[in-house]
Ligand binder design. Structure first.
Ligand SMILES: Cc1cc2nc3c(=O)[nH]c(=O)nc-3n(C[C@H](O)[C@H](O)[C@H](O)COP(=O)(O)OP(=O)(O)OC[C@H]3O[C@@H](n4cnc5c(N)ncnc54)[C@H](O)[C@@H]3O)c2cc1C
Ligand code: SF4
Length: 479
């Protein structure tokens, strides 16, 4: 702690009056900024600038991490931010929510040698937040707009990243989204305590100011057909994400107060955004004073348990059929949840929801892990006669998501999809089997990460640009 911070604590202990309080807030902000600034510099200067940058290799965007750490250590924050933006459309978002322990930070050479990683994500967040505060981040100025236009279905990170890159090339871009706000899961999935909503809105407002058109509350396939979109635009990107919740079809699944994760999280996020949410306001989707049980072991489950804690639930439990070592969610998220008082019941599988009308408890079987299955993960096996009961008046199902049936929704059976419903593309060009139709993000990969969606969006923009150039040349030659 710096001398200035110690001084601040002393001032803070004095009896306040209004003028003093205001002065103290100013002092605090100044000292806090300095503290964060020093912390970022200190962390950045820990980077050993090793010969093989494993952090960069393991970042899906291959961000030039060593160089922006060096610039930050030297106090050259504007340049660091410009470098961060050269490979990433939302560094402040990734800095906040990437599972760094599995990506850049998990592969930091200092971490591997047992000395604790350079906190790359926090530095990335710091330099970009500073750039926003200082007004260094400006809308795109298109000097000569091109005649061709691109329609993007879905305003999540994949769609937004693609739109921004295409706008930089000078194309006219329209994003169509079925939600009332842009941002996809950044707005309605990921909770505010991990990613503040103003951070997402700041980005979408920048894109609007850059001339990208947003049409909200429009579901392609229902309110507008794919054919209509095709007539309007020279190329289309499908970036619709995956939203079909996996079900737990157990006896008692029709009881009241059992909800899919997205319904619970969307209600909470809408409340945070100031919306009126009837089911939350009347207590149904509010965890306050309830015994909450979340079923699942991925990051969505972690978001649900941590949201329930913040809503002052009486107790929060998470049941997962494998053990801590074999769970899909980030280890850091589990640690955070445990620190906040969440109880994990490992190696357990729900058997039945119990209750007269509303759920009152869940019967659960104990599990042991058997031999690895075809995916290489140990197979969960039920232990006979091991059933026990967990009290629950709110159960949340967080077992993951699958794609919706897009060929059916789009009324286009020609669109090739995989067995699980993800769109098949040529990974070199991001193009689907229908010429001029590209796809990116979760709808291609299955439920994945924001950083991968951004990467896909950028790759798709590059290919769309090439496609449109060819189209233009062919048109000129044919004329
Ligand atoms: C609860 C939760 C927490 C998560 N936490 C993290 C995290 O901490 N870190 C991380 O990296 N990743 C996290 N993820 C994953 C991450 O959010 C996704 O991988 C990412 O958002 C995918 O981006 P996308 O653009 O492909 O799709 P989405 O973000 O899902 O956006 C798709 C958009 O398409 C729109 N759309 C869909 N169909 C249509 C249609 N027919 N017409 C018009 N619009 C349509 C939707 O309304 C939506 O806005 C989380 C996911 C969930 C569910
Ligand atoms: S984008 Fe994600 S993986 Fe890449 S440097 Fe930033 S936090 Fe790490």
């Amino acid at each position: 702690m710096t001398e200035k911070m110690l001084k601040f604590i002393k001032i803070d202990q004095q009896t306040p009056n209004k003028r003093k309080v205001n002065k103290r807030i100013d002092d605090f902000e100044e000292i806090y900024d300095e503290f964060i600034n020093e912390k970022a510099k200190e962390q950045s200067s820990r980077c050993s600038q090793c010969g093989v940058p494993f952090c960069q290799i393991h970042c899906p965007l291959h961000n030039n991490i060593p160089d922006w750490l060096k610039l930050t250590a030297e106090g050259r924050i504007k340049e660091a931010s410009e470098l961060a933006h050269s490979t990433n459309n939302m560094p402040e978002v990734c800095g906040r929510i990437c599972p760094q322990d599995r990506l850049c930070e998990g592969n930091c050479v200092i971490e591997r040698s047992g000395h604790g990683t350079v906190t790359i994500g926090s530095v990335e967040k710091y330099i970009t937040d500073t750039a926003w505060e200082k007004g260094w981040i400006k809308p795109i100025k298109v000097l000569k707009e091109k005649n061709q236009s691109v329609g993007i279905i879905g305003g999540g990170p994949a769609g937004l990243a693609c739109a921004e890159e295409l706008r930089k090339y000078g194309y006219r871009v329209t994003i169509y989204d079925r939600y009332d706000r842009a941002g996809g899961l950044l707005i309605y999935g990921i909770p505010n305590f991990k990613l503040e909503k103003f951070v997402v809105e700041r980005r979408t407002n920048l894109l609007k100011a850059s001339g990208i058109k947003f049409i909200q509350n429009i579901e392609i396939g229902i309110n507008k057909s794919l054919e209509e979109l095709k007539k309007k635009h020279d190329a289309i990107l499908i970036a619709t994400g995956v939203y079909k919740a996996r079900e737990v079809n157990l006896p008692g699944h029709n009881l009241k107060n059992i909800f899919p994760a997205m319904e619970f999280l969307t209600a909470s996020n809408r409340k945070g955004l100031g919306d009126k949410v009837e089911k939350f306001d009347n207590g149904i989707l509010n965890a306050v004073n309830k015994n909450v049980v979340v079923i699942g072991g991925g990051d969505t489950a972690m978001d649900c348990v941590r949201t329930a804690v913040r809503q002052n639930a009486k107790s929060v439990k998470c049941i997962y059929r494998r053990d801590r070592e074999n769970m899909p969610g980030s280890a850091r998220e589990v640690r955070n949840a445990e620190e906040e008082g969440v109880e994990f019941i490992w190696l357990s599988n729900p058997k039945e929801f119990v209750g007269p009308e509303k759920i009152s408890s869940i019967l659960v079987d104990k599990i042991k892990l058997g031999d690895p299955d075809s995916s290489g993960r140990k197979k969960p096996e039920l232990i006979p006669n091991s059933t026990f009961e967990i009290k629950s008046d709110l159960a949340i199902k967080a077992l993951g998501f699958d794609p919706e049936n897009l060929p059916k929704l789009f009324n286009n059976q020609n669109l090739l999809v995989s067995k699980i419903g993800t769109i098949k593309i040529n990974f070199k060009t991001m193009e689907t089997n229908i010429p001029g139709f590209f796809a990116a993000g979760d709808i291609v990969r299955g439920a994945s990460l924001v950083v991968w969606a951004i990467k896909d969006g950028r790759d798709a923009a590059l290919s769309i640009q090439k496609y449109l150039k060819h189209k233009e040349i062919n048109k000129i030659q044919a004329a």
